[in-house]
Design a protein around this ligand. Structure first.
Ligand code: B12
Length: 162
């Protein structure tokens, strides 16, 4: 179990499990390692599924681990398309209808996604979209700080891109 000393010097046990995953077309790995280390520092146990994960495998792993959060990362430019396919599969599972799921990274081939594309990711079922930018990691920390530690649905979906 991960142990973490927070800024206020309180020592606490794991806040729950977070599944980190790449998308089907994406072979990049250091983004996933980075996210794992960052989320572990926040006191969560991380199941890192690695790159090139099919939607079917992701759903099966999430049903098994019942995570407090699922973090999808993609940097090869196809994250928007892959993300739409993947969130459809996740929300199609009766066990994962309310599980918080976020996506982030370099999601399009032409720089930052337009407003419409990010909104489509959220109306398809993502709880937040973290596009690459100077403040992305800070926004993600804020999001994590507000996250319930159990697999609890979030009150509403918001865009957290910068
Ligand atoms: C190393 C690398 C590779 C290696 C990967 C090896 C490996 N084992 O990972 C190899 C050579 C395999 C590779 C292949 C390709 N790559 Co490449 N690659 C890179 C490179 C140079 C570094 C990536 C890296 O490791 N960064 C370090 C990690 C820690 O940072 P990161 O990935 O940027 O992630 C950060 C953020 O994006 C953010 N983040 C990411 N995900 C998430 C999720 C959330 C929730 C949050 C909050 C934040 C977040 O946090 C991270 C830390 O700040 C980048 C260029 C660059 N300088 O970034 C190109 C880059 C990612 N690659 C690119 C491309 C196009 C490709 C290829 C398509 C090239 C080709 N034509 O074959 C293939 C794709 C293969 C595939 N099927 O995916 C493009 C993507 C462009 C785009 N998005 O539009 C980039 C940006 C290069 C470029 N400028 O054109 N690549």
């Amino acid at each position: 179990m991960t142990m973490q000393i927070f800024a206020d010097n309180t020592l606490t046990g794991s806040r729950g499990t977070v599944v980190v995953s790449g998308v089907a077309s994406d072979a990049h790995t250091w983004n996933l390692v980075f996210l794992q280390l960052m989320i572990e520092e926040l006191g969560y146990d991380v199941v890192n599924l690695g790159p090139c994960v099919s939607p079917e495998l992701l759903v099966a792993e999430c049903e098994q681990h019942k995570p407090a959060l699922v973090v999808i990362s993609s940097v090869n430019g196809h994250g928007y398309q892959d993300g739409l396919r993947l969130i459809d599969e996740i929300r199609g599972s009766s066990e994962l209808v309310a599980t918080p799921v976020v996506i982030g990274g370099k999601l399009g081939v032409a720089g930052e996604l337009d407003e419409g594309a990010a909104a489509r990711l959220m109306s398809a079922g993502f709880d937040a979209v973290f596009e690459d930018g100077a403040k992305t990691v800070v926004s993600f920390y804020d999001f994590m700080a507000a996250l319930p530690s159990a697999a609890t649905p979030l009150p509403g979906r918001t865009r957290v891109a910068v």
